[in-house]
Design a protein. Structure first.
Lengths: 405, 761
């Protein structure tokens, strides 16, 4: 291992050259015009004025030389975010020159739009400062953020641009909300209601005896089959058995995008579908402790398969491919899926139901229970607020600045 | 931070309004002589600026359309005023020394000043509005600088420059801090100011220091700038300079303050006949031309000639240097370019039957003697005679101020001499008569001075009377020498105003008064224009005469200086030179005892000499002085450069001896464990790679595997924490590091179980 651990090498920078700014050029041009007029017409005081204006320009040069080392900036890593999620941007800025300095620090996206801006004043030589700001990116995707430092002299006649490090920020689809208990009940009903003929394995799955936790008084809404008659007779009031949580099957969610070309309504539905998948992946495994597989069908190429661990640990990292499903690298099917193929509850979310053929879906096993979803009819699903679709290039992240404590 | 912003905003506004106000004051002060209404306009704008300073933002702002309407109205009024002014100038020319373009530019001054408060009335000002106001103020001050001609004006310009520089610094600061809206087409980005705790000052002292340094840089460059080929443009008040004008009439109606003009006129080399340098009296007069006709305050050459005289000089060729006497001097004249006149030492000395005393020196050592005009004067018919040096053989007059004796041989000199006795002012004659009567009464003049038949002084008393009148004007009349030319009454002749009302003037007025007094008593008199005095140069025998030496005196003809040598012949006559101008006003030249008064005068003189009336010769002197200073300082400069170089080397050596911090390769380093884990995965820190970049590589590698994904944030978190401690001054808890180490151990366990996670080794 090698690498010199010094401050100068730690903070990356790509330093530009000092040059006259627009204001500097205007100032110089004015001085030139005034000087020519003053000399040509023999106005001595006007000529002195012109020389003084040029002298003011030249007087800044020694200061520029002493600021040759310039500034460095390091944008701290930003974990994957959800669309619309406010996150703190932290930048470490280092004044490497030999003079107390000031600068403007911009956080820009790849189009050059400034997302956040800080103005540092009076930073002593060889000192660092932390800059923080809050940012929210409303659209999913991968954003190239970069730090740009603009130094100038005291009058703004000379300027220099220094770039800090670039960073790709992954913005996941917007996070909605799922009522987890309601989802549990919904899943139980999907698995055990009479509307869908149960597969034999599934019936055995859901009718497998579960542990009885205890007896309690009857509450309205409890199933009458749970009534414990012996205790009821003994206590002369209705008593029901309280069971442990029913066994919940692992979930497989398949997303089917609309067919090309996309219309605006298709795009909206697709975003909603991605958001649903994200929300489900975020909330379900950590509360249910069952694994979740997400499968995103793609127009070309193998489907995108995302595996969410039962603990929910690293869910943001796991959902990174959802930021850009079409171009993300496909992963292999986890081994544990093939071990228990029949035990999965297959949820299907298609934005274009007319073209959906369950038989053609990937990872569908014969006899597997496939439950089509319609988001607008799911009572336990709450659409995120930030689900508006904006055209690329026109988005402007909502920025909220917070003073550094 | 809001306190800091408030402080900046307050300082910015104060300096901004101060800068605009100083620009108004500068223009009003410098232009009020040319355009009196500009002072009124400047005062009104000043009041408006003061009012706006306190009211802006609370009440006194208009919407942009309303402000534009106000501006349009003001512009129309200003244009109307300009048109009226130009019309007045067309009908009754007053500024004849200015061309129409210059006049138009001068009229723009009040317009620019009035636009300032109009611009300030706009609401929602952005950075462009402030830049426009700066430009307006700069344009106003440039116009004022073209007109300034005294120290006060320059000081006011200096005040403006200081405030402008300070405000430019603050403008840049507040612009960066987002306190001023950007240009309309630019998006407004909220700016967060970083409270560094060591916020720099507002830059008042730094701004002034920058300006001082810039001025010190500008001064030597200005001093060595070559002059423009064009003649200077007189923009402001009419400038009356002491100077010799070869081709102009003498006009006594001009008023104003006489300014010194140190432009050299000619150089004289004075040697004895043996070639040794000679010493000239420093009050020697140099005659240029004679003016003989006076009318309504103006002198002109006149159309008549002087009577012919004898004896004449010898004009036989080849020419030989004349012998004028034992104290003869040889004066060689070198005229400066554009000096369209020839000068001779006064009185011109010549001897009968001696060659002419003046010759032009042509190339190849040729000489061309001047011609004797027959009336005691000499002329040359050489084409462009001013280009060639010429030589005068001169002898001090005995007695002084008298020309060589001669006899008028003109058959009828009466009409010629009568022309030289024309006095159009009866009041001047009355004064002269009263003076004669008084002097007779008190015995200064003999009782028979006045011829009862002619009612004029007899010719035998002309010299005595002339000297008395000259002394009277110089000492007894209560007249004061002054360079402030005023006319108390413009309905009478300037000489009458000078003698009886203002009683103050310069040499031209004194000489004219004496000439008219003499003429009123029948003494033929002419006015002589030339120079008086000279400045010795470093080389012995070399003298310099400048425009500021220009002078006027009187020459009267003493017809009966001596009786005729024989009966039947005319008496011997001589021209008598009289200088009635007293010394300069004591009040103006009295030595000042107070040091600040002396310093003020010195500074004023320096500004006048080196800024307002900077001449090419001064430029040469400045260059020479600069060269001497640089040559004298060269050894010290070399020593200073050596010392600075040594100090820089020493400093660089000290910097390289700084103890390096711990390398990440050392087990004691905070990132050692992480780096070791990365090494097992084949992700090695390469030379020159930062820890952050390495952590990003490791994270990317982990993200590529579903098993490693949950741990992809560990390297980033670890490095961020390290940075926070190492550079940010944060102190993270042990629990934080333990959590990180726990996760790292989980990752290490995973690596042991799944060797596939390791990258290409």
């Amino acid at each position: 291992m090698s690498g010199i651990d010094t401050a100068a090498s730690e903070l990356p920078c790509r330093r530009g050259r000092w040059r006259l700014s627009h204001v500097g050029w205007v100032w110089f041009g004015l001085a030139l015009i005034i000087g020519v007029v003053g000399w040509w017409k023999s106005f001595p005081v006007v000529l002195m004025l012109s020389y003084t204006m040029v002298g003011l320009l030249l007087v800044q040069v020694p200061g520029l030389w002493r600021r040759q080392a310039g500034w460095g900036a390091q944008l701290m890593s930003i974990p994957p975010l959800f669309a619309g999620e406010r996150f703190a941007v932290k930048i470490l800025v280092d004044n490497r020159s030999r003079l107390t300095g000031r600068c403007l620090v911009d956080l820009e996206n790849e189009q050059g739009t400034t997302l956040l801006r800080w103005y540092l004043e009076g930073v002593p030589a060889q000192q660092q400062r932390w800059l923080t700001g809050m940012l929210a990116l409303p659209r999913r995707g991968r954003y190239h953020l970069r730090v740009c430092i603009r130094e100038s002299d005291a009058f703004g006649w000379f300027e220099r641009y220094t770039s800090g490090n670039d960073q790709v920020v992954v913005v996941l689809p917007a996070l909605g909300h799922i009522d987890v208990p309601a989802l549990q009940q919904w899943l139980e009903r999907q698995a055990g209601n009479g509307e869908i003929p149960l597969q034999h394995g599934m019936r055995r799955l859901v009718t497998e005896p579960v542990d009885v936790r205890g007896i309690r008084s009857y509450r309205p809404g409890d199933p009458w089959r749970a009534i414990h008659w012996r205790s009821t007779a003994r206590r002369r009031r209705l008593m029901v058995k309280e069971y442990d949580a029913a066994y919940l099957p692992p979930l497989l969610l398949t997303l089917v995008p609309p067919s090309q070309p996309f219309s605006s309504s298709h795009v909206e539905k697709w975003e909603a579908a991605l958001s649903f998948a994200t929300t489900l992946a975020y909330y379900w495994p950590q509360s249910s402790h069952v694994p979740l597989l997400l499968v995103v069908v793609r127009q070309s190429g193998p489907p995108l398969i995302l595996s969410i661990a039962p603990s929910g640990w690293g869910v943001r990292q796991a959902l990174v491919p959802l930021a850009d499903p079409e171009s993300s690298t496909a992963a292999d099917l986890p081994r544990f899926y093939s071990q228990i193929p029949g035990r999965w509850l297959h949820l299907l979310l298609a934005t274009d139901a007319a073209t959906m053929d369950p038989a053609s879906l990937p990872l569908t096993m014969p006899g597997q229970l496939v439950v089509p979803l319609q988001l607008e009819k799911l009572p336990w699903w709450y659409t995120p607020a930030v689900l508006s679709v904006t055209l690329p290039g026109t988005e402007r992240s909502t920025t909220t600045l917070q003073a550094q404590p | 931070m809001s306190m800091v912003r408030h402080r900046w905003e307050r300082a910015f506004r104060l300096s901004f309004y101060g800068m605009l106000a100083s620009a108004c004051i500068v223009l009003g002060y410098t232009e009020h002589v040319l355009l009196p209404e500009s002072a009124v306009v400047a005062a009104l704008v000043l009041v408006a600026l003061i009012w706006l300073y306190f009211k802006e933002g609370r009440w006194a702002v208009l919407s942009i359309p309303a402000a534009n309407t106000v501006g349009l109205g003001v512009g129309i009024v200003a244009l109307g005023w300009m048109g009226w002014r130009l019309g007045q100038e067309w009908l009754r020319p007053r500024w004849v020394y200015m061309d129409w373009v210059s006049l138009l530019v001068a009229l723009l001054g009040p317009l620019a000043v009035v636009l300032m408060p109009v611009k300030l009335l706009r609401s929602h000002k952005h950075i462009g509005d402030y830049w426009w106001l700066h430009l307006l103020a700069l344009g106003t001050v440039v116009l004022a600088a073209a007109m300034v001609d005294d120290l006060i004006g320059i000081v006011l310009i200096g005040i403006y420059a200081t405030l402008a520089v300070i405000n430019l610094r603050l403008l840049h600061m507040v612009r960066l801090a987002g306190l001023i809206a950007p240009l309309p087409q630019q998006p407004a980005v909220p700016v967060q100011m970083n409270n560094s705790g060591t916020c720099q000052g507002l830059g008042w002292a730094r701004g002034g220091f920058c300006l001082l340094l810039a001025g010190l840089l500008a001064v030597p460059v200005y001093l060595v700038t070559p002059p423009s080929p064009l003649p200077p443009v007189r923009f402001g008040r009419p400038r009356i300079e002491v100077g010799y004008a070869a081709d102009q009439m003498l006009n006594l109606t001009v008023t104003g303050r006489l300014e010194t003009n140190r432009t050299p006129l000619f150089e004289v080399l004075a040697v004895h006949p043996d070639g040794s340098p000679a010493t000239l009296p420093l009050d020697l007069r140099w005659r240029g031309r004679e003016l003989r006709q006076y009318d309504k305050g103006q002198w002109s050459g006149g159309t008549t000639r002087l009577p012919t005289i004898l004896p004449a000089t010898d004009h036989r060729s080849p020419w030989q240097p004349p012998q004028l006497g034992p104290q003869q001097l040889v004066l060689t004249f070198h005229l400066r370019p554009n000096t369209r006149s020839l000068f001779l030492a006064d009185p011109v000395a010549w001897r009968p039957q001696q060659p002419v005393p003046v010759v032009s020196l042509l190339p190849f050592q040729r000489v061309q003697p001047w011609h004797w005009l027959g009336d005691g004067t000499f002329f040359t018919d050489l084409e462009n005679a001013e280009v060639y040096p010429y030589r005068q053989y001169w002898h001090p007059a005995e007695p002084p101020d008298l020309s060589p004796p001669f006899v008028i041989v003109e058959p009828d000199p009466g009409p010629l001499l009568r022309f030289l006795t024309v006095n159009p002012l009866p009041r001047v004659k009355d004064l002269a008569d009263q003076l004669v009567q008084r002097w007779i009464r008190i015995g200064r003049l003999p009782p028979d001075t006045v011829d009862p038949a002619l009612q004029r002084p007899r010719r035998s008393y002309h010299e005595r009377l002339a000297r008395l009148l000259c002394d009277y004007l110089r000492q007894e009349a209560g007249l004061r020498y002054s360079t402030e030319l005023r006319l108390t009454r413009t309905d009478i002749d300037p000489v009458e105003d000078f003698l009886f009302h203002s009683q103050a003037g310069h040499c031209e007025r004194f000489a004219t008064a004496l000439a008219l007094l003499l003429r009123s008593q029948g003494i033929p008199t002419q006015l002589v224009l030339g120079c008086k005095g000279c400045e010795p140069l470093a080389t012995p025998g070399h003298y310099l005469v400048r425009h500021e030496h220009a002078h006027a005196w009187v020459e009267c003809l003493i017809e009966q200086y001596q009786p005729a040598a024989q009966a039947g012949l005319r008496p011997i006559s001589r021209w008598l030179s009289l200088d009635p101008t007293p010394d300069a006003d004591p009040a103006e030249t009295a030595p000042t005892n107070a040091w600040w008064q002396r310093t003020g005068k010195d500074v004023q003189q320096w500004v006048h000499d080196y800024v307002l009336t900077y001449t090419p010769e001064q430029r040469q002197q400045s260059l020479a002085a600069l060269g001497r200073i640089v040559r004298g300082m060269l050894p010290w400069l070399a020593v200073a450069v050596l010392l600075i170089g040594l100090m820089a080397l020493l400093r660089r050596y000290n910097q390289t001896r700084v103890v390096r911090p711990l390398s990440p390769a050392s087990p004691g380093h905070r990132c050692y464990e992480l780096l070791a884990t990365g090494q097992t995965m084949g992700i090695v820190l390469t030379p020159g790679e930062t820890l952050a970049a390495w952590a990003q590589r490791l994270a990317t590698h982990l993200e590529g595997s579903p098993l490693g994904q949950p741990y992809a944030d560990v390297p980033r978190l670890w490095i961020d924490s390290y940075y926070a401690e190492r550079f940010g001054g944060h102190c993270l808890s042990d629990q934080h590091w333990n959590d990180l180490r726990h996760r790292l151990q989980q990752l290490q366990n995973l690596l042991r179980r799944y060797p596939d996670l390791r990258g290409p080794g």
